[in-house]
Design a protein around this ligand. Structure first.
Ligand code: PMP
Length: 307
């Protein structure tokens, strides 16, 4: 998806012009994937753009950095101020927000310690990641031949750039085979997650998603959906899932910041069906919350003009 050009990008404390936000080709993160990032969304509300679960995302950025022993030279509040400022100066109603902490130019080699940690934040409007029709008819998913990495090979709980080569290989394979998205199994052969989403199923009225100890990223949308389900008295569990549990699910969906809540129509050509009642109910709540229409969940929104 082409990135629309905005006016400003935040780099290490400065707002720089979009076209001047450049780094050197010998920046070590480009070579070894040693960087951590976040993906957040600011939604259009009656009170202007509001960032969904802002603090949770920034806290996850710091926890990803801690897993890689990177010290981010800013406080969470400073980064939150920067994202809000970017949303204001770029003048759009809604955004995808991408903070990235990486190793700056100057050193080379696999020891990351001598490199200074740099931070950038960019924002731009980004539509439905898995396509608009995904929300209404659901997407076609394929179990990947690529395995989700063992957490002792690389910390899969970190949103670390290098981890995403694994996700991209799975995505590429799925797209080439004519599917919309990949589902990766872990080293035990159990369901882990999508290439950039968590996975949920509904079976006999019970909502289920694999526990984080299956080596999945603890998705912020996943946590929000679990909250919404608890509040709506939808029975839920966090139990390991086998591949055939997907095939026999009554409903299935992906959750993620870019993807939002997207129904899964089929897995490996086994039809699950059009979006079911639980998926629709949770999608309705989610849409209300992010648009600022669910007062009970207003604490999940950070209104950029309120600061
Ligand atoms: N798993 C992976 C591998 C992801 O990249 C993402 C997207 N960040 C998710 C799950 C969903 O996380 P979130 O809801 O916080 O965006």
């Amino acid at each position: 998806m082409p990135i629309p050009r905005m006016s400003k990008i935040w780099m290490d404390g400065d707002l720089v012009d979009w076209d001047d936000a450049r780094i050197h080709v010998l920046t070590p993160s480009l070579h070894y994937g040693w960087a951590v990032f976040e993906g957040m969304r600011a939604y259009a509300t009656d009170r202007g753009p509001a960032i969904f679960q802002h603090r949770a995302h920034v806290e996850r950025l710091f926890s990803s950095a801690a897993m890689l022993s990177m010290e981010i030279p800013f406080t969470p509040d400073e980064l939150m101020d920067a994202s809000r400022e970017l949303c204001r100066v770029n003048g759009q109603d809604s955004y995808y927000i991408r903070p990235l902490a990486y190793l700056g130019y100057g050193e080379m080699g696999l020891n990351p310690m001598p490199s200074a940690v740099k931070v950038m934040i960019a924002v731009w409007p980004w539509g439905a990641y898995l396509g608009e029709e995904g929300f209404t008819s659901g997407v076609r998913a394929k179990t990947s031949s690529w395995q989700r990495m063992n957490p002792n090979a690389i910390p899969t709980g970190a949103k670390a750039s290098g981890v995403y080569v694994n996700s991209s290989l799975a995505k590429l394979e799925a797209i080439r085979a004519g599917y919309d998205e990949a589902i990766l199994l872990n080293e035990h052969g159990r369901v882990a997650e999508g290439s950039g989403e968590n996975v949920f199923i509904v079976k006999d009225g019970v909502l289920n998603t694999p526990p984080t100890w299956e080596g999945v990223l603890r998705g912020i949308t996943r946590d929000a959906v679990l909250d919404f389900a608890r509040e709506a008295d939808i029975p839920l569990t966090e139990q390991p899932l086998l591949r055939h549990d997907l095939y026999t699910a009554d409903e299935a969906f992906f959750t993620g910041t870019a993807a939002e809540i997207v129904p899964i129509r089929s897995v490996d050509d086994r039809l699950i069906g059009p979006p079911g009642p639980v998926t629709k109910q949770l999608l309705d709540v989610f849409r209300g919350v992010v648009r600022g229409r669910e007062p009970k969940y207003d604490h999940m929104l950070d209104y950029v003009s309120a600061h």
